[in-house]
Ligand binder design. Structure first.
Ligand SMILES: Nc1ncnc2c1ncn2[C@@H]1O[C@H](COP(=O)(O)OP(=O)(O)OP(=O)(O)O)[C@@H](O)[C@H]1O
Ligand SMILES: [Mg+2]
Length: 310
């Protein structure tokens, strides 16, 4: 079982055919959907056929209980969730342009009430966990202790982070303990105060790491893996991006699946890149989940990704 800690978001999506440079555009599609790093990653894990469970609290209000219905509809277990007043998803409005770019405005006030479930539920979750997915940028107080427990239990920890809702020192401590770190480039630069990608990776590297990956959207990703200090760049699949929202999260979920299933690092990153890109190129209104067959088909019709030393 893969367990996940982090935030859920409730997103209003406004799509326009206009390009980012056009500065304004007519709304061609409006939809509401749940998102958030860990929510999207867990949904991808479940779609790939591995048991996934969310760990946290949720308001019992009808409007917000629907976040738990969303998990259930997508095959993610909510057995380790406790109800807690005021604890509900962040609310966001996301503008998606005709070139697949997006801008997110959000209200993260409710996330101040996000908590861990009871110790009984947490202990049960940890006892059954093969892997922890965590969004270190937005997660409940106590997450660092959960990460320490996972580290003691030798449970792999895949860590994402995109913002400083949690204090920088705590995020850095969580990063130190993670085994597989996958961060977007902009945030990795902010965390390390370095600009050069190779230096960013080396700053984040330590002996507990299996892998450090820095992602850069359509430009692909950069990596360093255990046993090899040479850093590499992997290209991304060429697609007509329609909606790139949540692609990084799907990348994390698919990578988690591959890690659990013994894929080699490069093979796994190609798999994760395909999962992310295949969802980003789906038409508006599609079910935004990768499956083993959809990823296989996507990869079979495209050239392999290029990997080179940096
Ligand atoms: N436009 C794209 N074309 C092809 N592949 C993409 C594109 N966007 C993302 N990907 C794939 O997904 C990976 C992660 O994307 P990205 O760096 O945008 O993550 P992110 O910034 O965390 O995104 P998110 O906000 O969705 O979490 C990339 O390394 C790449 O393999
Ligand atoms: Mg991301």
């Amino acid at each position: 079982m893969i367990i996940g800690l982090g935030c859920i978001a409730f997103d209003q999506i406004l799509a326009t055919n206009a390009k980012w440079k056009d500065e304004k555009g007519k709304i061609v599609r409006r939809e509401f959907r749940f998102g958030g790093n860990v929510r999207n990653s867990l949904v991808a894990v479940a779609a790939l056929g591995v048991k996934a469970a969310y760990i946290g609290t949720m308001s019992g209000e009808v409007k917000w209980k629907s976040a738990l219905d969303d998990f259930k509809e997508n095959g993610v277990s909510t057995e380790f969730v406790d109800f807690s007043d005021k604890s509900h998803p962040a609310e966001a409005t996301i503008v998606i342009t005709g070139d697949g770019e997006r801008f997110i405005v959000y209200d993260d006030t409710p996330l101040h009430h996000l908590g861990l479930p009871s110790e009984e539920k947490l202990a049960k979750a940890l006892a059954g966990a093969d892997l922890l997915l965590v969004d270190a940028g937005i997660c409940p107080p106590g997450t660092l202790d959960v990460i320490k427990r996972c580290a003691d239990l030798k449970i792999p920890i895949i860590l994402d982070a995109e913002q400083f809702f949690v204090k920088k020192e705590i995020i850095l401590e969580m990063i130190t303990l993670s085994t597989d770190l996958i961060l977007p480039l902009n945030f990795a630069r902010l965390l390390t105060d370095k600009d050069d990608i190779s230096e960013v990776i080396d700053t984040l590297w330590n002996d507990s790491k299996n892998l450090v990956v820095i992602t850069e959207g359509s430009k692909g990703c950069y990596l360093r893996e255990k046993g090899d200090s040479v850093k590499k760049h992997m290209s991304a699949y060429e697609i007509n991006a329609v909606d790139t929202n949540g692609t990084g999260d799907i990348f994390h979920g698919a990578y988690a699946y591959g890690l659990l299933n013994g894929m080699k690092t490069i093979e796994n990153l190609e798999f994760a890149s395909a999962a992310a890109a295949s969802v980003a190129s789906l038409p508006h209104g599609s079910v935004r989940k990768p499956t083993l067959s959809s990823i296989k088909e996507f990869m079979s019709t495209r050239p392999a990704l290029k990997c080179s030393n940096i």
